[in-house]
Design a binder for this molecule. Structure first.
Ligand code: GRF
Length: 212
């Protein structure tokens, strides 16, 4: 049985894109670090099991990560997908799931790691922005890259318009990366990810300049 655990903390729109796609996954469990996450309600509408592990109930990050790992391990997931999970995970946690912990980040990594990526893209005058699905390593927002989507930064863009267009791409590339992983089509060599049998159109989801 192929099992996927999705970790969320808030809106859960990327989680929803994964639930919509749900390729070759027998069981999906959604775990939220926030009892008030809007995504919990969305997950229930998809009749997916939801669990809350409230980070405020634990004295420190280590205790929270231990509880989270115990919960995850009970499901023996093939993949753990971070989808707007707003907790920094300990090195020990990340190493425990090495090679099967994925994240989506709203920038073209390694540019703009961390928070506030759309505002920073505008501040820096970046012309091409986007999003990245990557494997998680102890260094924040720096793991091996699985897939990226790029969009142009337009003259009248605001933080909100950029966020909206990047999010549309997130909802395309994350399900694709998860599908590749679940189909055993991802090979990792050191810091590089190779996808077996992928066509060009699967990889280049957006070419800057072709549309707004
Ligand atoms: C997304 O922009 C994702 O890239 C980032 O956090 C945001 C989460 O949004 N990691 P949602 O909860 O998936 O709607």
């Amino acid at each position: 049985m192929e099992s996927l655990v999705i970790l969320i903390s808030g809106r859960g729109s990327n989680m929803q894109s994964l639930l919509e796609a749900r390729a070759r996954i027998d069981r999906v469990t959604v775990i939220s670090s926030n009892p008030d996450a809007v995504g919990l309600e969305t997950a229930r509408n998809y009749e997916v099991e939801t669990i809350v592990i409230d980070h405020r109930s634990y004295p420190d990050r280590q205790a929270f990560d231990t509880a989270l790992a115990e919960c995850i391990d009970a499901y023996q997931p093939k993949l753990i997908a971070l989808a707007g999970f707003m907790r920094i995970l300990s090195d020990h946690f990340v190493q425990h799931y090495q090679g099967r912990l994925m994240n989506i980040h709203p920038s073209l990594l390694p540019a703009l790691p961390g928070l506030g990526t759309h505002a920073r893209a505008l501040q820096e005058g970046i012309k091409i922005h986007g999003c990245t699905v990557h494997f998680v390593t102890p260094q924040l927002d720096h793991g091996p890259i699985v897939i990226q989507a790029a969009i142009p930064v337009l003259p009248r863009d605001t933080e909100e318009t950029l966020a909206t267009r990047v999010l549309q791409q997130e909802h395309l590339i994350y399900p694709q990366a998860v599908r590749w992983f679940m189909e055993d089509r991802i090979i990792m060599n050191e810091n590089h990810v190779e996808v077996l049998d992928s066509s060009i159109c699967e990889i280049t989801l957006y070419s800057p300049g072709l549309s707004e």
